[in-house]
Design a protein around this ligand. Structure first.
Ligand SMILES: [Zn+2]
Length: 117
């Protein structure tokens, strides 16, 4: 028992191996507008179905292809679909997917989920 003769070789292999490249392979990625939309949509789909359903109902295109619900005195009327509309549509899609997935699961959760009042 005088130590493993391959110990030093293993240490050298790790030092000269992929230890350095792993650290360099983490790029700083700024958030794109698509990522922000999908992030907000995930939050709404998970917590606030009332909000995105209302957004879908309110954020509709008018005859000129603009969103009158988002009209403001500063920026005027934005073109439709606006960002809120995109978020609402994305949230609707996410909730439909999760609803379909929960239907396939027979009885995953224990206890009532939506019988507050
Ligand atoms: Zn809008």
């Amino acid at each position: 028992m005088s130590g493993c003769p391959y110990g030093s070789d293993l240490e050298r292999a790790e030092l000269h191996g992929t230890a350095g490249t792993a650290l360099a392979a983490t790029p700083m990625s700024p958030r794109s507008p698509e990522q922000i939309v999908s992030g907000v949509a995930q939050l709404l789909a998970a917590h606030d179905p009332v909000v995105w359903r209302r957004l879908l109902a309110e954020r509709t295109s008018d005859q000129t292809g603009h969103c009158p619900a988002c009209r403001s005195t500063l920026i005027g009327t934005p073109t439709w679909p606006c960002t809120l509309r995109l978020v609402a549509e994305h949230a609707q899609r996410l909730s439909e997917v999760s609803a379909a997935a929960s239907e396939q699961v027979p009885s995953g959760r224990s206890g009532p989920s939506s019988s507050g009042r």
